[in-house]
Design a binder for this molecule. Structure first.
Ligand code: PGA
Length: 234
């Protein structure tokens, strides 16, 4: 079954989220949908056709950590999945691989499945470093996990130069990276993320190595999301 994770990022007011949920309820799909809304709306989530995810988690458990949200708190909100290591957090919050590793361990201790984002910058691809970058991120983020835990991590390959830009890599580029990932992580689901939409899905769906998608911009447009899913599942 395809996995399609919806990363709302820092979007939607409370009223907009209510309307959005009503539209999402109507979406027909055979894929596993995972909605990752703002923390603020986790407790308003009421859809039965979709799983709930968060966009981030604290490296710490509950305690004196102002502004943090712990894995324990997420679990109480029925969160089953959590994005970690998104490139926006790596860039704007200076999140490091060591912290991402801590977050993944916290999530596993509350039976929450991590969706680990990895991917190279444009300059890194220009220098031919993409495989090296992705493997380093994966190795560091999964350090000291059990083999069973390692196998459960959902890996999202998101080339940073593709996110929100409308540019997608060629099929050969995606396949090459996914093969590299699967050599090291043969059991893991690998998603593609970065400007995936209802138009380029015709091309992307031909890549049999892709186990699903992480959608940012498209996640906010339920009608276009429906077209995306119909094409994906045809
Ligand atoms: P995008 O974002 O689909 O808007 O490119 C993907 C992501 O950042 O997860």
């Amino acid at each position: 079954m395809m996995i399609v994770a919806l990363n709302n990022k820092c979007n939607l007011t409370k009223k907009e989220f209510r309307e959005y949920q009503i539209k999402l309820q109507e979406v027909k799909t055979t894929s596993k949908l995972i909605l990752c809304p703002s923390f603020l709306y986790l407790d308003q989530f009421n859809l039965t056709n979709i799983k709930l995810g968060a966009q981030n988690v604290s490296t710490t458990d509950c305690g004196a950590y102002t502004g943090e949200v712990s894995a324990k708190q997420l679990k109480e909100e029925n969160v089953d999945y959590c994005i970690v290591g998104h490139s926006e957090r790596r860039e704007y919050q200076q999140e490091k691989n060591e912290e991402i590793n801590e977050k993944i361990k916290r999530l596993f201790s509350y039976q929450i499945t991590p969706i680990l984002c990895v991917g190279e910058k444009r300059s890194e691809r220009e220098e031919g470093l993409e495989k090296q970058v992705v493997l380093k991120e994966l190795t560091m983020a999964t350090k000291d996990l059990t083999e069973e835990e390692k196998g459960k991590v959902i890996i999202a390959y998101e080339p940073i130069w593709s996110i929100g830009t409308g540019l997608i890599p060629t099929a050969e580029q995606i396949i090459e990276i996914i093969h590299t990932i699967k050599e090291m992580f043969p059991q893991n689901k690998v998603l593609y993320g970065g400007s995936a939409n209802e138009e380029n899905i015709d091309t992307l769906k031909e890549i049999s190595e892709i186990d699903g998608y992480l959608l940012g911009g498209l996640s906010l447009k339920p009608e276009k999301l429906q077209i995306f899913l119909e094409k994906l599942e045809k």
